[in-house]
Ligand binder design. Structure first.
Ligand SMILES: NC(=O)c1ccc[n+]([C@@H]2O[C@H](COP(=O)([O-])OP(=O)(O)OC[C@H]3O[C@@H](n4cnc5c(N)ncnc54)[C@H](OP(=O)(O)O)[C@@H]3O)[C@@H](O)[C@H]2O)c1
Length: 172
């Protein structure tokens, strides 16, 4: 099966997005570092395919170039140029991507999509960037219970204030 990894930026207090004041999601690019953006571009371009939910897509607002953009959206959502909409089960989607020649897929959030792939047992690696930021309240990476065991396979410190942790998900 294709290798799927989660890539996420966290505040030091464990949030992936601030609490919404007006129902509008805040794009991660507003608060993440240049080091995280570079890391995200490198890994996602290497994979060649990014998978995200519609809410996350709206915070980005355009397809990311040089990568296949797959967006989870409810059936009937209006098509978006440069994006493949899907509502397939995660296993089916990854099998389909494998048939199309991909060997890796980047799971790019948000919480709904991270949780769906993690609960399906389809995540092989997790990259967490720890940003020097606190939100106090907000959205966490997962929105449901999980029981996954990890091994810490790499730590990088691309700048004084930023850490990138790479975990492997232990398969039972
Ligand atoms: N810090 C980071 O690294 C990072 C990364 C990515 C995103 N984020 C943040 O995460 C937030 C968005 O997360 P979110 O959980 O609200 O939304 P999301 O995961 O981005 O997207 C949810 C959307 O995907 C649809 N969807 C999910 N599973 C589906 C399925 N199996 N079939 C069809 N449609 C499906 C949902 O449809 P339904 O409405 O029908 O459920 C909903 O429209 C934003 O604030 C964003 O900034 C942070």
């Amino acid at each position: 099966m294709i290798n799927a990894f989660i890539i996420v930026a966290h505040t030091a207090d464990g949030f992936i997005a601030p609490a919404s004041k007006d129902g509008q999601a805040v794009p991660s690019t507003v608060w993440t570092s240049g080091a995280d953006k570079k890391h995200f571009i490198e890994l996602t371009k290497k994979a060649g395919v990014i998978i995200m939910g519609l809410n996350t897509y709206y915070t980005i607002g355009k397809p990311l170039p040089k990568r296949l953009n797959i967006v989870y959206a409810p059936a009937g959502t209006a098509p978006i140029d440069g994006v493949e909409m899907t509502d397939k089960a995660p296993t089916e989607l990854l099998a389909d991507l494998e048939k199309r020649g991909f060997s890796e897929a980047a799971i790019c959030g948000g919480s709904t999509v991270y949780t769906m792939f993690a609960k399906a047992g389809l995540v092989d690696r997790i990259y967490i960037t720890i940003e020097p930021k606190l939100f106090g309240k907000g959205m966490t990476i997962f929105n449901d219970s999980l029981d996954l065991n990890l091994s810490l396979s790499n730590i990088t410190r691309p700048s004084d204030d930023v850490l990138i942790l790479e975990y492997k998900v232990k398969k039972n």
